[in-house]
Design a protein around this ligand. Structure first.
Ligand SMILES: Cc1ncc(C[n+]2csc(CCOP(=O)(O)OP(=O)(O)O)c2C)c(N)n1
Ligand SMILES: [Mg+2]
Length: 595
């Protein structure tokens, strides 16, 4: 069998229905093998390798089944780095097959070989952004490499894995057979030690102001049901990082939303005042911890911390836990539920004062924010875009967000109602993920509305996603949040550097007239329906139309750049002084020496 045929057979056997990739001289050998199996594996070729990577990443996040990317040697694969970084930092699995120069040409500096330090050195280019890279150099090395790659990407904490294949392997033949299939995702789950479960339940039962903090680990582990059961059984409020959103229905009275500068007031208050935090599959990064400044979002070590994760490296990375537990989120929650049952621990009245405090924070937050959701304006108020998306989109609709201030608004106000419905580039915040990922999401969930909400800047980085949607008939919707600026960065610049601005907005001409392309016309040029929305009264209907259309559609929505999301915690870039919250005061307990 030729190596290319073996790889194609592997993809079929492992039920990988899609390869997202772009051709190059390095991978024509395997394209020919994919031609043979084109009825069973569909090749989708976007116009940029970064898009291919984000599509595969989003496909996994929606379906929890990995797909593959295919890129050529040198520049084609170099274009993939960004997408791998996004997948790596958000623990998303994809199989990146990269092609390389023939082994007989290693170290001769053929076209596109990077070899200053080591032959065919692409695996070193991507080392920090993959879980593992494999470089088989003979056809008979492929079966093992493929099985190990597949197992690595989906076991433990998932992540992107690379198989780098020299050109000749696609064409050379050997007596080879595939190794047994890998187990698949989420099949081997680790549990906590019984004494850790008992200790965790002791701490939970003793707490008077407990809070649960969830992250992507809960989503990846598909532990929404167990989480909801625990939360309802004991009445513990939940704070969520963006990639954990929807594991608990965010309309639930115990769902307080995101914590940190762009979080909600009730979430930050609960974090500041909690006496016990149970963190599950969450990692206390700077944005969900107000850059670890005590009293802004969390109050460790005054609060006790139980930190549960499948990855040792995340347990206690930023806050030393009182109890660190290495376990799969769902298994751990099942163990806790069983222990509660065994000890007959129920909700009781002891959390009533805590619930009353939370209800009061909620009411303050509602009174502060709600009126802005009712205001109609041109350009649109950001709140209206969020509210109308929520009103129009069904609970199972998928939204993908990009990096930017539009994302901050969704972190603070989006109400995800199901797991795996809100896709965020959280760890790396790579612009391009939102508008590209939605194509992969739609292929993973063809019967559900899939809407990208992305900045005008971010969309302009990958506008060719429209061509791919047309070529492959992928009816995704893009809401371009058009504020004529790199607004997230413009606002940081304004805030930290006395209102001076350079390089953070789009202008034309000597008078700095705001500039952007006509996005709707651009869409039409690609064969996509494009609608410009300049006033809030028109947005809801336009979105309804776009979702019903069942064809790709772009809405160019002019949003007011000068209305900023209320900062609740803080975010620090030392040594520059950080800003204080605009609403509510940070809480420093008396024994920490006052404010
Ligand atoms: C590829 C990439 N380049 C630069 C950045 C830094 N960055 C973060 S947000 C942002 C501005 C985003 O502008 P836009 O897409 O218009 O979104 P807005 O903030 O206006 O909502 C930039 C440049 C990034 N995260 N990713
Ligand atoms: Mg913008």
């Amino acid at each position: 069998m030729k190596g290319g045929e073996l790889i194609a057979e592997f993809l079929i056997k492992e039920k990988i229905p899609y390869v997202f990739g772009i051709c190059g001289h390095g991978n024509v050998g395997i394209l020919d093998a994919l031609y043979e199996v084109r009825d069973r594996i569909k090749l989708v070729s976007p116009r940029h390798e970064q898009v291919a990577g984000h599509m595969a990443d989003a496909y996994f996040r929606v379906k929890h089944q990995p797909v593959a990317t295919l890129t050529s040697c040198g520049p084609g694969s170099a274009n993939l780095v960004m997408a791998l970084a996004v997948a790596q930092t958000d623990s998303s699995a994809l199989l990146a097959i990269t092609a390389h120069v023939p082994t007989s040409q290693f170290n001769r500096s053929p076209f596109q070989e990077l070899n200053r330090h080591n032959q065919a050195d692409f695996p070193n280019v991507i080392r920090p952004v993959v879980k593992r890279s494999f470089q088989p150099s003979r056809v008979d090395m492929l079966p093992l490499a493929l099985r190990q790659a597949a197992t690595t990407m989906t076991s433990g904490r998932p992540g992107p894995v690379n198989v780098d294949v020299p050109f000749n392997l696609f064409q050379e033949e050997a007596e080879v057979a595939l190794e047994p299939s890998w187990d698949g995702f989420n099949l081997r789950r680790s549990g906590a030690a019984p004494e850790d479960v008992a200790a965790a339940v002791d701490m939970i039962a003793a707490a008077r102001r407990p809070a649960i903090f969830i992250g992507h680990g809960v989503t990846l582990s598909e532990a929404g049901k167990e989480l909801t059961e625990l939360v309802h059984r004991l009445g513990i409020p939940v704070l969520s990082s963006p990639n954990g959103m929807g594991c608990l229905h965010m309309g639930d009275p115990l769902s307080l939303g995101f914590i940190g500068r762009n979080g909600t007031y009730p979430a930050n208050q609960a974090g500041r005042h909690a006496d016990l935090v149970l963190a599950v599959g969450a990692r206390f990064d700077d944005r969900s911890s107000s850059s670890w400044l005590p009293g802004y979002s969390w109050n460790f070590p005054q609060a006790k911390l139980i930190h549960v994760d499948v990855d040792h490296a995340e347990i206690g990375r930023n806050y030393a836990p009182d109890l660190g537990i290495l376990a799969d989120a769902r298994t751990f929650l099942q163990q806790v539920l069983a222990e509660l049952e065994r000890r007959h621990i129920e909700k009781g009245d002891k959390l009533k004062p805590w619930h009353a405090e939370i209800a009061a924070w909620r009411a303050e937050w509602e009174a502060y924010t709600r009126p802005n959701f009712e205001i109609h304006a041109s350009p649109l108020r950001p709140e209206r875009v969020v509210a109308d998306c929520r009103a129009v989109l069904p609970d199972d609709a998928i939204i993908s967000l990009d990096s930017g201030v539009h994302h901050n608004w969704y972190m603070q106000f989006w109400e995800a109602r199901r797991p795996q419905t809100m896709l965020n580039t959280w760890g790396f915040s790579g612009m391009g993920f939102g508008p590209s990922g939605i194509l992969g999401a739609k292929l993973a969930a063809p019967d559900r509305p899939c809407v990208a909400i992305c900045g005008d800047g971010g969309f302009t980085m990958v506008p060719h996603v429209l061509c791919t949607a047309v070529e492959y008939d992928i009816p995704a919707v893009w809401v371009v949040w058009n504020n004529f600026s790199w607004a997230a960065i413009r606002d940081i610049q304004y805030g930290l550097f006395n209102g001076r601005e350079l390089g953070t907005a789009f202008y034309q001409g000597p008078n700095n007239k705001p500039y952007n392309p006509d996005f709707a016309a651009w869409a039409r040029a690609c064969g996509v329906e494009g609608i410009t929305v300049t006033k809030s009264e028109d947005f809801k209907g336009a979105l309804e139309h776009a979702v019903k259309l069942n064809k790709p559609c772009l809405l160019d929505v002019h949003v007011d750049a000068n209305i900023r999301p209320p900062a609740i915690g803080t975010w620090a870039l030392p040594p520059t002084p950080h800003k204080e919250p605009v609403f509510g005061k940070k809480y420093i307990p008396a024994d920490a020496g006052g404010e």
